[in-house]
Design a protein around this ligand. Sequence first.
Ligand code: ADP
Ligand code: MG
Length: 368
Amino acid sequence: MASIAIENLAHSYIENPVRDADYALKSINYEWTDGGAYALLGPSGCGKTTLLNVISGLLTPSQGTIQFNNRNVTSLPPEERNIAQVFQFPVIYDTMTVAENLAFPLANRGLDKTEITTRVSQMLETLDLSTKAGKRANKLTADEKQKISLGRGLVRHDVNAILFDEPLTVIDPLMKWELRTQLKEIHQQLRHTMIYVTHDQTEALTFAEKVVVMHEGSVVQVGTPEELFNEPEHTFVGYFIGSPGMNILPVTVDGSHATIDGFPVSINGFYTPSKDARTELGIRPEHISIKATNGTRSPDYNELPVRVKRVSDIGRQIVIAVTLGNHTINLIVPEGTSVPEKHAFITFDTERISIFANDRRLSVASSS
Ligand code: ADP
Ligand code: MG
């Protein structure tokens, strides 16, 4: 097992990159601690697979270094990095049996027969494939094949890290939940450094102790699920985490006052963004309340007059979309809340407001 440090790492698939947009990865610095469970989260195309392939050695980066336990491995080929990588689609030997597929990486490393048998039968049990041990791999369903791919990654104990690249894509939803839970248990038992790539926030937040959020080739925030929810460092994190995500509204900010489309909103803290910064207010749907309007706006600063656009009951909660001028704002309120039909006032929980300047979160009492 190893810590993995990347420094000033960038990668372009183009021979002579010039613009920022030519880079699939743009100057990334990060250290994965030995034994941690990490998720790499971001939308399709943001560079997750590129980063994983750079770590495993399938790709040589255009710039920067990778170290395992303080040893520079940037120019080492994959087989000398001792990394297990599980891909989005099954990589197995069709002509071997299920058990042989699992035994293969161990036999390759010269483990003795009894040890191999023990490990393989444990892994078969974990994957719920014991009854299929002797079956030829080509006779299996797509999810069974992918489970073997996972097993081939997990069966080795001597690896520096295990990298998973959206490994549950072909698995059906119920099984997904189960495998994710098992992966977490396996991590707790073996304490391998694990990096799990996904575009699905639920997968990332349930698997990982730390989530690395990527956006357009950069790491925009690393945090626990709570940190990402409560204190997004970038508007993208606010918007991407949560369902629906954080409302991001253009505002002008002066000290403890924000103005949205001419409506004043008081905010906690004191912000002095520079004049030319693009400032936005972030508020999560969970942190907005709604009430009926009697037509006149109360002198209370924080009530914003809105029109109710759409109401969706999602079980124990109601998602309401309202409009304030040109902006749509989403709210989540408990089931049973009385929802006005047309006109309403909404109020933001002042304590939960985030202020961003040029997409970066401003700390309370700060300037940009
Ligand atoms: P993700 O895994 O997050 O979906 P990728 O790392 O696959 O993202 O891709 C990041 C960017 O690099 C995308 O713009 C993608 O089109 C580009 N890209 C990925 N692989 C290649 C490749 N082999 N050749 C050229 N461009 C690529
Ligand atoms: Mg990918």
